[in-house]
Design a protein around this ligand. Structure first.
Ligand SMILES: [Zn+2]
Length: 478
């Protein structure tokens, strides 16, 4: 009998996390744990979501119909904005989706207009939904939108935070570092801020390691210094921050030793970010698609780079221009209905993003697939003829950009008029004339020879108040 051959090639450690231990709230009971009321509700949610993720799509949609019908009944009776706008119920049969699509799509402008009279707020909440919570979202258009949510919706929101940890097999005992919006003047370098646990979502059920945070507006050199000092297992941040931080670490030849996964939030994940994190840190990226006013929309599949719609929390439609649903392979606008926020229901809300529908996932989960999330519709390139196009850059496009100007640290492309592009660059040293010419050639080759391209060196590229960064900005009117 042949001896088993010795495996000599490097095999990465299996991604099985340390045991996830449920926190017991009852003195004298260590195991199996009995959690407190909040934890019990959370585990009840997780138990159901563990099963429903594997359901066939038709079964998921049937349960979504039931919850949407409950939402409509509440909105029609208790929310002034929706009186006469939405039906109080949905048909039971398979034709409910046709009835659903007759409900008008809700725009951000309508939300802002309704805010003056509080017409989108429910007159009262059913028992069990807890207290009202108010938040503001700045969005990238600048004008804030107020959104109000119930305590119950926050609990469900936390359920998806936990699902993301479990899907991506995180060791909850590890150290989590977050570089994200912290509020002006908070979590500033050099100390940032520290908390004993990962936060409310996990606290309800699990014991976790510590959380350390740094303000998203910290300059990249200080971010890198902080990251090395913190030496976390996981980094939660915006894709554009991860990209710059990875480049900074690579340039300095340093690497936070324990870092194994980067969790990206808040911006569209550009295709080069996964490669940058792998090269600099040997870390994988797990992306989250969410919006503050609408909650979790999609999480990256545990086994594939695309996203699964979180169908237990949101009814997400990807629509063609004529309002019919997109088939796999098609790109359309994203319209969302959070299923459980009865405090301020958003029914068929056009969130301003576009996405490509994917075919069913080989992992076996029945949750719908988004193959690509393309970001804000406002940030499409307008061709001189008026036609719109996604200004998407592949990894090789970005490699060509770096080759044109090797000292380039960051870039932003702005369409300033129908026939004009401005390439704003942050550079390590002033551009040589041939580098500037090469950058302009690069932009014309990618976006069209008819564009006049200006290359402008800037000291820092702007972020929104929420710390969000956009690679491409369209300021031209069609
Ligand atoms: Zn999957």
């Amino acid at each position: 009998m042949a001896k088993p051959r010795m495996e000599t090639r490097h095999v990465p450690a299996p991604e099985t996390p340390a045991e996830t231990r449920v926190r017991s709230a009852v003195p004298g009971i260590a195991w199996p744990a009995i959690p407190a009321a909040n934890g019990a509700a959370m585990l009840a949610l997780l138990f159901q979501m563990e099963q429903s993720q594997w359901w066939p799509p038709a079964r998921l949609r049937a349960r979504q119909r039931d919850q949407l019908a409950a939402l409509l009944a509440h909105a029609a009776a208790r929310v002034p904005f929706y009186r006469g706008r939405v039906p109080p119920d949905l048909p039971e049969g398979a034709d409910w989706e046709e009835a659903w699509r007759r409900i008008p799509v809700l725009s951000r402008d309508e939300i802002q207009a309704a805010d003056a009279t509080e017409a989108l707020l429910a007159e009262e909440l059913p028992p069990g939904h807890g207290e009202w919570r108010e938040i503001h979202t700045s969005g990238s258009t600048g004008r804030p939108v107020r959104s109000v949510r119930s305590q119950l919706w926050e609990l469900i929101w936390h359920g998806f935070t936990l699902r993301d940890h479990l899907w991506h097999r995180r060791d909850l005992g590890g150290r989590l570092a977050a570089i994200r919006e912290s509020g002006a003047g908070k979590a500033t370098w050099p100390d940032g801020s520290a908390a004993p646990s990962w936060g409310l979502a996990s606290d309800a059920v699990f014991a976790t390691g510590p959380l350390v945070s740094l303000n998203v507006l910290t300059p990249v050199a200080q971010q890198a210094e902080w990251l090395l000092r913190q030496d976390p297992d996981y980094l939660l941040t915006h894709p554009s921050i991860a990209r710059r931080l990875a480049a900074e670490c690579l340039a300095r030849g340093v690497r936070p030793a324990r870092l194994r996964q980067v969790i990206t939030i808040a911006e569209t994940l550009a295709p080069d970010v996964r490669g940058a994190c792998a090269e600099a840190w040997g870390a994988k990226v797990a992306d989250i698609y969410s919006a503050r006013e609408a909650g979790y929309l999609a999480l990256q599949c545990p086994d594939h780079p695309h996203h699964h719609v979180q169908a237990e929390g949101v009814f997400l439609e990807v629509l063609r221009d004529d309002g019919t649903p997109c088939a796999p392979g098609e790109v359309g606008r994203v319209v969302v209905t959070p299923l459980h926020n009865l405090a301020m229901p958003l029914i068929r809300y056009d969130i301003g993003d576009a996405a490509e529908v994917g075919p069913p996932c080989p992992c076996g989960r029945g949750l719908p697939v988004l193959r690509r999330i393309l970001g804000r519709v406002q940030d499409m390139l307008i061709l001189p003829g008026g036609e719109r196009r996604w200004p998407l850059l592949s990894s090789s496009d970005l490699a060509a950009l770096l080759a044109a100007a090797p000292g380039l640290r960051a870039h932003q492309l702005v369409q300033t008029a129908l026939d004009r592009l401005e390439l704003r660059v942050e550079v390590a040293h002033p551009l040589a004339p041939r580098e500037a010419a090469a950058l302009a050639d690069w932009a014309r080759a990618r976006f069209g020879e008819r564009f006049a391209v200006t290359v402008r060196e800037v000291a820092g590229l702007p972020r929104s108040d929420a710390g969000k960064f956009r690679d491409f900005v369209c300021e031209a009117a069609p």
